[in-house]
Design a protein around this ligand. Structure first.
Ligand code: CA
Length: 360
């Protein structure tokens, strides 16, 4: 056979097949499913995944489609981690502290009582080693975890009666989940876990005496201000960050451009949730104060806070004694809080303080 002719044919064949490969690579549509803990209407918590799906579709020119399922569809609001781990869903949107019973190291990545505020914690995640520690904690669950939207500081909750001393907390029935619930329980509070839909009735009928939810933007829809006039300022969730979960195998199967699109869309929609929630709270707070002038905003008395802080420190010391990754996360958060708070104090805090004094 004429070798020259043969190599020409081979070259043409190679060109055709590479063209065909490119064409299939371009046409292949990646279809994922995302399960979130919330119902689709529960914005702004449910906003990031829905905005993410729209963004990813547009940025990939329709090559990457993410179908978002709310809790009414998958019926497992607290099963998100397992479903993403098993690749039943390639992505999830939830809160890291929901998995603390399964794995204590996941507790620290939502918000810790008396911990960092939103600016401090966001800087810790992206530039202070937080994200790396979070991936370390989630590696054994075969998922990546990313910041998924911050509520900012959450309010301390709605109380039917004023809290003047630590004794006023004793025997109180309160809905307050997570690590803060453990602290309240040590303060003598009977901590209950009532589903969101039943909270208003429980508070109105006196089945519970107090509850915490999020802040004005989300609380106003629940109507708590109509039945419990004391609105306490926050201490227990100073910067609750929601969480995106991504199945590692599924992520690795994506072409590089779609990986970049997904990563960018997660960061953008997480950032966006903070602004949406902030704006909701701005408007809700104006409306609440106008419609219900009886609402009384209170800080917990200093001695009460001091006692809560003491209980918090004892519980954290117990966790730290476990050593390993738990200790590493606690130390990292403690160090970053300590150094970043110095900057917060002379920047944001000093600015607000000075401006408020000018208004007096
Ligand atoms: Ca809360």
């Amino acid at each position: 056979m004429n070798m020259k002719y043969f190599s020409k044919v081979l070259l043409v064949l190679a060109m055709i097949s590479s063209f065909a490969l490119n064409a299939t690579a371009k046409e292949k549509v990646y279809k994922w499913k995302l399960a979130m803990t919330w119902p689709a209407q529960l914005t702004p918590l449910a906003s990031p995944p829905q905005k993410l799906a729209a963004l990813v579709k547009e940025m990939s020119n329709g090559q990457f489609i993410i179908e978002v399922h709310g809790k009414n569809k998958h019926k497992a609001p607290l099963g998100i981690l397992d479903m993403v781990k098993l690749n039943q869903y390639q992505m999830g949107h939830s809160g890291s502290y929901y998995w603390k019973g399964k794995d204590i190291n996941t507790l620290f990545f939502t918000s810790m009582p008396f911990g960092m505020n939103k600016d401090e914690q966001t800087a810790w995640f992206y530039y202070g080693g937080g994200l790396e520690l979070m991936q370390k904690a989630y590696a054994k669950h075969k998922v990546y975890s990313f910041p998924g939207g911050n509520t900012g500081v959450q309010m301390g909750g709605w109380f039917r009666k004023e809290i003047k001393t630590a004794d006023d907390l004793k025997g109180l029935k309160m809905r307050i989940p997570g690590f803060a619930g453990e602290i309240m329980s040590k303060m003598g509070v009977t901590v209950t876990n009532i589903p969101g839909g039943e909270l208003y009735t429980a508070l109105e009928r006196g089945t519970i005496d107090a509850l915490e939810w999020v802040g004005p933007g989300m609380d106003i829809k629940m109507g708590f201000h109509k039945v419990a006039p004391y609105y306490y300022t926050g201490w227990h969730e100073p910067a609750s960050e929601m969480q995106y979960l991504v199945n590692i195998k599924a992520y690795k199967k994506l072409p590089k451009d779609l990986q970049a699109i997904l990563t960018a869309a997660m960061k953008l929609t997480a950032y966006d949730m903070f602004s949406e929630n902030f704006n909701d709270s701005v408007n809700a707070w104006v409306k609440m104060k106008k419609d219900y002038p009886n609402i009384k905003v209170k800080d917990f008395p200093r001695p009460v806070l001091k006692q809560m802080k003491k209980v918090n420190d004892e519980l954290i010391a117990k966790l730290e004694a476990k050593g390993g990754l738990t200790k590493e996360i606690i130390e990292s958060q403690r160090d970053y809080l300590k150094k970043s708070r110095q900057w917060t104090n002379i920047s944001e805090y000093s600015y607000i303080k000075s401006m408020n004094e000018l208004e007096k």
